[in-house]
Write a protein that binds this ligand. Structure first.
Ligand code: ARG
Length: 256
């Protein structure tokens, strides 16, 4: 009787330890073996991500979906406002951010990034009557940016974070709308998005300029730092679609 009880006790303990161990190991591997990974994207950023009939579509979507297929993982896309996008990653509401995110030293302090999948640069867009050549020419002008983007950083570093001429918007389309309405003299944003806007809204009346002092930016998918296994899977998948020519195909599809 005694030994039977001991056996139950011991096996319960072993089972318990097993569960704890299982819990721990899934913790240390982050969310590498989730049935579905939640991807956050600010889908107001064509051609990288936008809403089409309630569906999130775009270059980032095609690239990450192709990567996920290689990696054998499932994704669930969620439209997520840029203002809260990194917080949502940090607090676990999102597993991956695929939102034309430029890899920066500042962001790397908090998040992990995959290898780059697209090269971008900041671009000025303004009305035809103006003749800006560089960012410095915007001194004293009203400048529109999407809040907390690399465009915002570039402008804030030159003119000061608290400069009242800098108008920060929740989305890039809102900044561009303000340019159209005359509320700002220039918008500074990623080249791909600006060029798409100009193409869609009539090139006439608008000018675009790249200040050659702008550093090149690389888009990467952002993850939590502890999700090292997921990071490896995504990087392997990305390498595979680079090798197979799939990434290039997608780029061609978007005219990049
Ligand atoms: N590349 C810029 C950055 O990382 C802007 C990205 C904005 N993306 C978006 N989907 N709104 O700051």
């Amino acid at each position: 009787m005694k030994s039977w009880k001991t056996l139950v006790l011991v096996s319960t303990m072993v089972l318990g330890m097993g569960l704890v161990a299982a819990g721990c190991s899934s913790n240390t591997s982050g969310s590498a073996d989730k049935a579905e990974y939640v991807v956050g994207t600010d889908a107001a950023y064509a051609p990288f991500e936008w809403m089409e009939n309630d569906k999130i579509v775009g270059y980032d979507v095609d690239v990450l979906n192709a990567v996920a297929e290689e990696a054998g993982i499932k994704l669930k896309w969620e439209n997520t406002g840029w203002d809260g996008i990194f917080i949502a990653l940090q607090n676990g509401e999102r597993d991956i951010i695929a939102s034309a995110v430029s890899i920066t030293e500042e962001r790397k302090k908090t998040f992990a990034f995959t290898d780059p999948y697209f090269e971008a640069t900041q671009m000025l867009v303004f009305k035809d009557g103006e003749n800006f050549k560089t960012l410095k020419d915007l001194e004293g002008k009203k400048i529109g940016v999407q809040n907390a983007t690399t465009g915002d950083t570039a402008v804030s570093e030159l003119f000061g974070q608290d400069n009242t001429n800098i108008k920060r918007f929740k989305t890039t389309p809102l900044a561009l709308l303000e340019l159209k309405n005359g509320g700002v003299d220039c918008v500074v944003a990623d080249n791909g998005v600006v060029l798409e806007y100009v193409k869609k809204n009539g090139a006439e009346g608008l000018k675009t300029v790249i200040d050659e002092t702008f550093e090149k930016e690389q888009y990467g998918f952002a993850l939590k730092k502890e999700d090292t296994e997921l990071l490896k899977k995504l990087n392997d998948g990305l390498a595979a679609i680079k090798d197979s020519g799939k990434l290039e195909d997608i780029q061609k599809q978007y005219g990049f």
